[in-house]
Design a protein around this ligand. Structure first.
Ligand code: HEM
Length: 461
C-alpha cells in the first residue's frame, strides 16, 4: 500500500500491522525528521566537492555511520525503557548545487526555494546582503554533514571518522558547533533565556498520545515534513525532507535592554516586569504561555502547550508575540497553520559559550552582544510554503495577523515602522499608547537549503 502522507492518524511506527511500503519508508528515512534526535552536542560540517565521482563515493561511504528513522525510534524506546544509550546521529543534506556537482539533474525537485538556493532568496526573506554573511556561507556549499549526540565525546569520535572519509578533492568550507543551553532546572533554552523547542508538530502515535490536550492538537500529517525522494530507486517508498539552516546571531544585551525599556514604558513594576519579555516572546522565560498565565507558573511544572488563541484577541498574548506570529493557532476555522500546511519541524541548536547565566535577572550590561545565537534548522516538505512563508508572510509582515501588529519582535527582518500597542494589564481591555517596536536583535549570518535524501539514494551512489 503506498505510504499515505496525508493520513489523518498519527503513524504507529512500531505496529505489527505496518504495511511493506511504510516499513521501507522508515528503513530508508534519515533520523531527526519525524522525531528530534538528541543533539546536545553538534558538529555541522559544510562540504564543497571538487569532483563529482569523489563526492558520490564520499556520500556513499557515510551510510555505515548513519542509521534509519526506524533504528532511531527503537533507540528512543529502549532508552525510555532501560536508559540504554543510543548511537550518534549522522545526517546528510545536499544542496541544489551539490546535486549538480554530483552529476544529477534537479528538474524532479519541485521546491523553487531549494532550486534557487538561499543566497538568491535574500530579497524574499529580507536577509542581509550575501557580502555581509560569514565568509564560509558566501562560498558554494554542496553538502552538510550533521553529527549530534548527548555529549561531545561521541561527536568528536564520529567527526574524526567522517573527516577520514573526505576525499582530497573535497573541502570543509566551514564548521558550526552547536551546544545545548539549559536553565537551572535543566530545561533547554535559547540565548535570550527562554525555554525553546517546546511546541512542535508531532507525527508519531506514541508522541501524540503523550501530549493529550483539548485546546491544541499537536498532531500533523507526514505531508508536513516528507516528500518522495525524486532520485531514489523507489520514490514511492523512499522519502526525504528539505532542511533549512540559518545561523542567527543574538544580541542578548540589546534584547535585554528592549525588555527593560518596554517594562518601563508600560509602567511594569517588581514581579510584573517579566511580562514585558513575555509579551515579545509569548511565553515567560520558564516557558509559561502568556495565553494561560499572567505570571510565570511555578517551576517544576511541565511547560504547557495546550492552548489556542481562539478567545484571546491579544489581551493576554499580544498578536505580535513571536510564538503567535510564527504559529497563529486557530486564527481561522481549522487553524491557518493547519489549513495552509505551514508548520515545520524545528530541530535547531544554540551555539556559542558564555559565562553569565542566561535565565537570571542580571542587568543587560553583563550580557553578550554577539558570538552567540541559534543554528536554526527545520524540516519542511515545502521550503516556500513553510519556512519562507513563516518568515516572509508572517514574521516580516507588520500587517499579520491584523493591521499595525508590527514585525515579529524576535525574528522579524526589514524596517520596523508601525507603532504597536500592548495590553496595559494581562487580560485587560485597556491598551498602552502606541510604542515604537523593539529593535532587531537577531541577525542572519548565513545559511543554505538542503535536501535530506533517503538512505536508499545514498547507497545507490
Ligand atoms: C517557538 C525563540 C527563530 C519559529 C519559539 C520559542 C522561543 C523561540 C523561545 C518558544 C518555545 C516553543 O514554543 O517551542 C526563537 C529565537 C530565534 C527563533 C530566539 C532566533 C534566534 C525562529 C525562526 C522561526 C521560528 C527563524 C521560523 C521562521 C518558531 C515557531 C515556534 C517557535 C513556529 C512555535 C510556536 C508555537 O507553536 O507556539 N521560538 N526562535 N523561530 N519559533 Fe522561534
Amino acid at each position: 500500500m503506498p505510504v499515505d502522507l496525508s493520513n489523518g492518524k498519527p503513524l504507529a511506527w512500531d505496529s505489527a500491522k505496518l504495511d511493506a511500503d511504510t516499513k521501507a519508508m522508515l528503513d530508508n528515512l534519515q533520523p531527526n525528521i519525524l522525531q528530534g534526535h538528541v543533539r546536545e552536542s553538534m558538529s555541522l560540517l559544510l562540504v564543497r566537492f571538487g569532483d563529482g565521482p569523489d563526492g558520490r563515493r564520499f556520500l556513499r561511504s557515510l551510510v555505515p555511520l548513519m542509521k534509519s528513522a526506524r533504528k532511531h525510534l527503537e533507540e528512543v524506546r529502549d532508552f525510555n525503557r532501560s536508559k540504554k544509550p543510543g548511537t550518534p546521529y549522522v545526517g546528510v543534506g545536499i544542496s541544489k548545487l551539490g546535486y549538480l556537482k554530483l552529476g544529477e539533474s534537479t528538474t524532479k525537485f519541485t521546491d523553487n526555494a531549494f532550486k534557487s538556493g538561499m543566497k538568491r532568496r535574500k530579497d524574499t526573506l529580507s536577509d542581509p546582503a550575501v557580502g555581509a554573511w560569514e565568509k564560509h556561507y558566501q562560498e558554494e556549499i554542496h553538502a552538510i554533514v550533521l553529527i549530534g549526540d548527548a555529549t561531545s565525546e561521541p561527536v568528536a569520535a564520529t567527526r574524526t571518522r567522517v573527516l577520514a572519509l573526505l576525499p582530497k578533492s573535497a573541502k570543509i568550507v566551514g564548521e558550526e558547533k552547536g551546544e545545548g543551553l539549559r536553565d537551572a532546572q535543566g530545561r533547554g533554552i535559547e540565548h535570550f533565556g527562554y525555554v525553546d523547542g517546546r511546541s512542535q508538530p508531532l507525527f508519531l502515535a506514541d508522541q501524540v498520545a503523550a501530549e493529550s490536550g483539548t485546546n491544541w492538537n499537536p498532531f500533523f500529517p507526514l505531508s508536513h515534513v516528507l516528500v518522495p525522494d525524486p532520485l531514489a530507486p523507489h520514490p514511492s517508498r523512499h522519502f526525504g525532507s528539505y532542511l533549512v539552516l540559518r545561523k542567527l546571531e543574538q544580541n542578548v544585551r540589546a534584547f535585554r535592554e528592549a525588555e527593560e525599556a518596554l517594562a518601563d514604558a508600560l509602567g511594569l513594576k517588581g514581579d510584573d516586569r517579566p511580562l514585558a519579555g513575555a509579551m515579545l516572546v509569548g511565553r515567560f522565560r520558564n516557558g509559561t504561555p502568556l495565553r494561560l498565565h499572567g505570571k510565570p507558573s511555578s517551576d517544576g511544572h511541565p511547560v504547557q502547550n495546550d492552548f489556542s488563541y481562539r478567545d484571546d484577541p491579544g489581551a493576554k498574548c499580544p498578536v505580535s508575540a513571536h510564538i503567535r506570529k510564527a504559529n497563529p493557532r486557530d486564527s481561522r476555522d481549522g487553524g491557518l497553520e493547519r489549513a495552509l500546511g505551514v508548520m515545520m519541524a524545528r530541530r535547531g541548536q544554540t551555539y556559542g559559550r558564555r559565562t553569565d547565566r542566561p535565565w537570571d535577572d542580571a542587568g543587560p550590561e553583563t550580557r553578550p552582544t554577539g558570538g552567540v545565537g541559534l543554528l536554526f534548522m527545520a524540516f519542511n516538505s515545502s521550503l516556500q510554503n513553510q519556512f519562507e512563508f513563516t518568515q516572509q508572510t508572517w514574521a516580516d509582515n507588520p500587517d499579520f495577523p491584523a493591521g499595525d501588529t508590527g514585525h515579529d519582535p524576535v525574528i522579524g527582518q526589514g524596517k520596523r515602522e508601525v507603532k504597536v500597542r500592548y495590553p496595559k494589564t494581562w487580560g485587560g481591555t485597556k491598551l498602552s499608547a502606541p510604542q515604537r517596536q523593539v529593535p532587531q536583535t537577531v541577525t542572519m549570518k548565513g545559511g543554505e537549503y538542503f535536501f535530506m535524501p533517503s538512505l536508499a539514494y545514498l547507497k545507490s551512489l
